[in-house]
Design a protein around this ligand. Structure first.
Ligand SMILES: C[S@@+](CC[C@H](N)C(=O)[O-])C[C@H]1O[C@@H](n2cnc3c(N)ncnc32)[C@H](O)[C@@H]1O
Length: 197
């Protein structure tokens, strides 16, 4: 398993596949253990690195992970199988904004897909949370761009950063959820569904 993880890190580097930073996945694995998380939905599997690590946090964790890119999906399936986690990780190849999920509830939803769509993912999938469920989003700092938007030359990148800023505002003003922003890795937000919602 450890060897497979190292192999995946090398693959991600060699083929330019973005995967979660080590500090962030360590935080999430600890969070899973401490909060007795059992059922996880991940949006953005890439090659399965974070879903495999989340599933390995505890033996009773189940993960459904969604990836729209066919090649990454295939690579993800291969890696899940190599780690003998196919009974606990369900990989779905589809655009998360088009998918109709079965009526299942998740203790944790991990958003790590297209940065410009975070608010849409959040609004679509919050209905699938258990009571006091949590949504964690990665790349809230977006490699430092969010703090330095004025220095960005590219129009597209500036637009993307603008969308992430809007997402941060959306979380801050969201009365259904209590959000904490963590300076871990590339920045994580942890949004807990408040009581009685
Ligand atoms: C940052 S990578 C995910 C990394 C992975 N969570 C990890 O840490 O190992 C983001 C992935 O989300 C996928 N993605 C982007 N938008 C998506 C969408 N709307 N539906 C499904 N997958 C999407 C991309 O193809 C990409 O592989």
């Amino acid at each position: 398993m450890k060897e497979k993880i190292l192999e995946m890190e090398k693959y991600a580097k060699d083929y330019n596949v973005p995967i979660i930073e080590k500090a962030s996945i360590s935080y999430i694995m600890q969070f899973i253990k401490e909060n007795n998380i059992k059922n996880i939905l991940e949006i953005g599997s890439a090659i399965g690195y974070s879903s495999i690590l989340m599933a390995s946090a505890s033996e009773d964790v189940k993960v459904t992970t969604i990836e729209r890119d066919q090649n990454r999906y295939m690579e993800c399936l291969k890696n899940v199988k190599a780690c003998e986690l196919e009974k606990r990780i369900n990989v779905v190849c589809q655009d998360a904004l088009e998918l109709n999920l079965a009526d299942v509830s998740y203790d944790l939803i991990f958003i790590d897909a297209a940065k410009g769509q975070y608010t849409k993912f959040f609004e679509k999938y919050k209905h699938f949370l258990t009571d006091r469920g949590v949504i964690i989003s990665d790349n809230i700092k977006f490699h430092g761009h969010v703090a330095n938007k004025d220095k960005i030359a590219s129009k597209n990148l500036k637009q993307l950063v603008g969308k992430l800023e809007n997402y941060i505002e959306f979380l801050k003003n969201n009365e259904e959820f209590e959000t904490t922003f963590l300076d871990v890795g590339d920045g994580l937000s942890v949004s807990v569904l408040k009581d009685g919602k």
